[in-house]
Design a protein around this ligand. Structure first.
Ligand code: ADP
Ligand code: ZN
Ligand code: ZN
Length: 731
C-alpha cells in the first residue's frame, strides 16, 4: 500500500494522508507533484512530500485524492527541500510555505507546461505573385514574413498589424511554415555590447568571484556609483558563456524598467523579470522559461528566490541590506538568507552587493566566512559628495526649510543644475491640530495621527488606510483654528514652487506615481538635464541615476535616530547614504546637506566624517556589548486581540506557564511581554515577547515546542499569534 502524504495550504502545522486516486500506480507517483484532494467541504491542491507505506491514522478512514496534476514536479527536489526547510525554520505551516514557492496559477491547478514559442517564416519558394491580386490581407502577411527571414512570432505579427487568421491559409497553400524558436546557446553571441574596462578594484572583485568554481559567498561592498552593477554584469557574462543561468534579486523599489533594460542592452540572451506588477500569466511564463533554461537571466524581487533554474550559475543579491528581502507577514522568510542556502545546494557562487551592508553580513565578512571585496572609488570620474550637517536648533524654518538651505537651493538652480529634496513623509502634513484646544486628528483604530492630504483633500491613516474628510471645525471645541502640523512632500512641493516659481518642482512619492507611466514621464523630464527640484520619499533613493543633481537635501536627518528598534540607527545610516548617493554622479561634484536638531550626535558625526565602515564598526561594538544580533539569535512571539491589555496578559500567562511546564534550554532567555511600539493598529491591540539565544539550535528547539504548545492551547485560540524568526522590524 502507498499513502500520499501531502502539504496542504491550511493554517494547521501538519501533513495530511490520502489514498492515491483510483487507477494510479505507485510508479506514477513522484514526490513534489501537485495533487487535488477533497478537504472538508472544499477541494484543495496539495504537494506530495512523502510516500510512506502506511499511515499513522486508520487507513480505512483516509479519503482518496481526486487527481494527480503533474507527471514531473513543478519545483525540482532541492527547491522543494529548501521550501520545506524554510517552513520549519520560520515556523510556518508547510502547506502554505510550499504554495508560496509556486506561481499563483500553479497554486490554482494550472498546467505546469512550458509553451514553446513558435515562429513563422515564408517558405523558400514563396512569392507574392502566388497570391490572388485581391487577397490583400494574405499578401500583406506574406510580405511581413518575407521581411523576417529568421522568423517572427505571432505576437510580433499582431504588433505589426498582421492578420493571424491568415497564417493557416498561407500554410495550407505551402507559402508559410512555423518552427520552434531555437535559443541562442552559442557563446560568441552572448553580448550585444562589450563590457567596460574594469578598474583595479572591480577587476579584483570579479577575479575573486570567478576563481571559485563552486559554492562561495562574496560580499561586494561598494559606495554608490562605484560600479557594482558593472561587476554583476561581467560575472553574469562568464556564467552565460558556460551555458548557465543567473538569478538576480533586487529590492522591491529597485526593480524598475531601467534595471531590466540595462541587462537587456548588454546581453544578447533572454532576460526575464519577475515582480508583483506582472499578471499571473506573465509570471508563470517567466517562471517556466527559467525552469526550462530558455530565460538566461532572471531578475526578480523577494519571491523570485524560489524560481527553478535549469542550469544555475550564480545568484546575485543587489542592495542585500534592503528590508524588502524579508517578508513581513505570513511566511516570514528572508530571501537573502535562503539565497545563501540555495547557492550552497546548487554549488554556485553567491554575490551580495551593497553600499551599506547589513551588520549581519558585515559580521560574517569580518569573521572570514564571506569573501570580501571593496569598491572605494566612484567609477568614471565623478567625485564623492561633500556632507554638511545643518544645525537647525535656533532656526526659524519656512515650511520645514532653513534660510541657509533655501539660499543654497537657489544657487544650484541658477547655475543650471538640479536639486533633490528628501523627505520621508508623503501627504501635506503629518497631522492636523486645533490651535485653541490642542486637539489632534488621531486615527481611532491606531495609535497614530492621521496624515493630512490636500490632493485630493482628506485625512488618511498610513497604518490602517482609514480615510475621512477634513473637519472645518474642531470636534472638541468647535473652533475654526485648525492647522496642519509638520511638513510632508505635498507641502514641501507647494512651498518650493512658491519660492522658485521659475523652476519645475517634481514630486515623487507613492501618491504622485500611481498612474501608469507616471514614473517614466518624471524620469524623462529629469533626464533632459534642465534645472528642477525633485521632492520625494524613499522612492527617490533607490536605483535611479540623476546625473545632473548637485545638491541633495535631507529635510529631517533625525527621523530614526531615537527609534525604539535597535536597528533604527542602522536603517537611518543606510537611508542617508543611499539618498546621498544620488548626488553628483556624473562630472558634477555633489553636496549633501542634512537638517538636524542633533548636529553633535556622535553617530551622525562618525557617519559623515568617517563613512559607513567606521559607523558599522561602532554599531557592531554596541551590539556585541548588548548581545544583540548578529551576536545572538532571536525571534518575536507576537499576539494581537481587539481587547486592550489582553494580548499582553496572554503572553504573560504563557511565559509563566512555559517556565513551569517546560525545561527551557539553559541558554534561551525571554524579554517581555511588552506592548508593541504601536500598541493599537487597525483596531487590534498588540504585544510581543522577545525570545533570544546564543545558540541557534536551542532557539529553534524552543520555537518548535512553543508552536506545538500554542496549537494545543485553548487560550491561544482567542488571540491571533505569530512567530517571527530573525525579525527585521518590531511592529
Ligand atoms: P553602482 O551599481 O555601484 O551604483 P554602476 O555599476 O551603476 O554603480 O556604475 C556607476 C556608473 O559608472 C555607471 O554609469 C557605469 O556605466 C559607470 N562605470 C562603472 N564601471 C565603470 C568602469 N570600469 N569604467 C567607466 N565607467 C564605469
Ligand atoms: Zn479645539
Ligand atoms: Zn489607522
Amino acid at each position: 500500500m502507498t499513502i500520499l502524504r501531502l502539504a496542504i495550504p491550511s493554517p494547521l502545522r501538519r501533513l495530511f494522508d490520502y489514498h492515491p486516486p483510483a487507477g494510479i500506480e505507485t510508479d506514477q507517483l513522484t514526490v513534489g507533484v501537485r495533487v487535488r484532494v477533497p478537504f472538508g467541504r472544499r477541494e484543495l491542491i496539495g504537494i506530495l512530500v512523502e510516500l510512506p507505506s502506511e499511515s499513522d491514522f486508520d487507513s480505512s478512514k483516509l479519503k482518496s485524492a481526486t487527481e494527480i496534476l503533474d507527471s514531473t514536479p513543478p519545483l525540482p527536489l532541492h527547491l522543494l527541500k529548501l521550501a520545506r526547510w524554510a517552513a520549519s525554520y520560520y515556523q510556518h505551516p508547510e502547506g502554505d510555505a510550499l504554495q508560496q514557492a509556486l506561481p499563483v496559477l500553479l497554486r490554482k491547478g494550472h498546467p505546469c507546461e512550458y509553451q514553446h514559442e513558435f515562429l513563422w517564416k515564408a517558405s523558400e519558394e514563396a512569392s507574392l505573385s502566388q497570391l490572388k491580386a485581391n487577397a490583400s490581407r494574405q499578401k500583406e502577411l506574406l510580405q511581413l514574413l518575407i521581411e523576417h527571414p529568421s522568423g517572427i512570432s505571432t505576437d510580433a505579427i499582431k504588433a505589426e498589424g498582421g492578420q493571424i487568421s491568415a497564417l493557416s491559409i498561407l500554410e495550407e497553400k505551402g507559402l508559410a511554415e512555423s518552427f520552434q524558436r531555437q535559443h541562442k546557446q552559442s557563446s560568441q553571441e552572448a553580448l550585444h555590447e562589450a563590457g567596460l574596462t574594469l578598474n583595479a578594484e572591480q577587476k579584483s572583485c570579479l577575479e575573486q568571484v570567478n576563481q571559485s568554481p563552486g559554492f562561495a559567498i562574496h560580499l561586494l561592498e561598494g559606495i554608490t556609483g562605484s560600479g557594482k552593477t558593472e561587476v554583476y554584469l561581467q560575472a553574469i557574462e562568464k556564467v552565460l558563456l558556460e551555458g548557465k543561468q543567473a538569478l538576480l534579486l533586487v529590492p522591491e523599489i529597485g526593480l524598475t524598467p531601467q534595471t531590466v533594460s540595462r541587462f537587456r542592452q548588454r546581453f544578447n540572451m533572454p532576460v526575464v523579470a519577475l515582480h508583483s506588477n506582472m499578471s499571473d500569466r506573465q509570471r508563470l511564463d517567466a517562471w517556466l522559461q527559467a525552469r526550462e533554461g530558455v530565460a538566461r537571466i532572471i531578475i526578480g524581487t523577494r519571491s523570485a528566490i524560489f524560481t527553478p533554474l535549469h542550469k544555475p550559475g550564480i545568484i546575485i543579491i543587489d542592495e542585500e541590506h534592503d528590508p524588502s528581502f524579508k517578508q513581513q507577514d505570513g511566511f516570514r522568510y528572508s530571501a537573502r538568507d535562503l539565497a545563501v542556502m540555495r547557492a550552497r545546494d546548487e554549488k554556485t557562487p553567491i554575490l551580495l552587493g551593497s553600499a551599506t551592508p547589513s551588520l549581519e553580513t558585515l559580521h560574517n565578512a569580518i569573521e572570514g566566512r564571506y569573501h570580501w571585496s571593496k569598491l572605494t572609488q566612484r567609477a568614471g570620474n565623478s567625485a564623492p559628495p561633500e556632507f554638511r550637517l545643518l544645525d537647525i536648533r535656533q532656526e526659524k524654518l519656512q515650511d520645514g526649510l532653513s534660510g541657509l538651505l533655501i539660499n543654497e537651493i537657489k544657487e544650484h538652480l541658477e547655475s543650471g543644475t538640479q536639486v533633490l529634496i528628501f523627505l520621508n513623509r508623503r501627504g501635506f502634513a503629518p497631522t492636523l491640530t486645533c490651535h485653541d484646544c490642542g486637539w489632534i486628528a488621531d486615527c481611532t483604530r491606531c495609535d497614530a495621527h492621521m496624515t493630512l492630504h490636500q490632493r485630493p483633500p482628506h485625512l488618511h491613516c498610513h497604518h490602517c488606510d482609514k480615510q475621512s474628510g477634513i473637519p472645518h471645525h474642531c470636534p472638541e471645541c468647535n473652533s475654526d483654528q485648525l492647522q496642519p502640523v509638520g511638513v510632508g512632500t505635498e507641502r514641501s512641493e507647494q512651498a518650493l514652487q512658491q519660492l522658485f516659481p521659475k523652476f519645475p518642482v517634481i514630486r515623487v512619492d507613492r501618491d504622485s506615481t500611481q498612474r501608469k507611466n507616471a514614473m517614466h514621464e518624471i524620469m524623462t523630464q529629469v533626464h533632459t538635464g534642465e534645472p528642477c527640484i525633485l521632492v520625494g520619499t524613499q522612492m527617490l533613493a533607490k536605483g535611479h541615476h540623476f546625473p545632473k543633481v548637485t545638491l541633495v537635501a535631507i529635510i529631517n536627518a533625525d527621523a530614526g535616530l531615537f527609534s525604539a528598534d535597535f536597528r533604527g540607527m542602522e536603517r537611518t545610516a543606510q537611508l542617508i547614504l543611499q539618498v546621498a548617493g544620488r548626488a553628483g554622479r556624473a562630472d558634477h561634484p555633489g553636496k549633501v546637506w542634512m537638517q538636524t536638531y542633533h548636529a553633535d550626535h556622535p553617530t551622525l558625526q562618525t557617519l559623515i566624517e568617517h563613512g559607513y565602515s567606521a559607523f558599522a564598526q561602532e554599531e557592531l561594538h554596541h551590539r556585541k556589548i548588548s548581545q544583540l544580533p548578529p551576536f545572538s539569535h532571536y525571534a518575536l512571539l507576537r499576539a494581537e486581540t481587539p481587547h486592550k491589555g489582553r494580548a499582553e496578559a496572554f503572553l504573560g500567562a504563557l511565559r509563566q506557564q512555559l517556565e513551569e511546564d517546560m525545561l527551557l534550554p539553559h541558554d534561551v532567555s525571554w524579554i517581555g511581554p511588552f506592548p508593541s511600539p504601536m500598541e493599537k493598529r487597525a483596531g487590534m491591540h498588540r504585544a510581543q515577547l522577545m525570545i533570544y539565544a546564543q545558540n541557534r539550535k536551542s532557539l529553534h528547539q524552543l520555537l518548535a515546542n512553543l508552536c506545538w504548545y500554542l496549537e494545543q492551547n485553548r487560550e491561544a485560540r482567542k488571540v491571533r499569534w505569530s512567530i517571527d524568526v530573525d525579525p527585521t522590524d518590531t511592529f
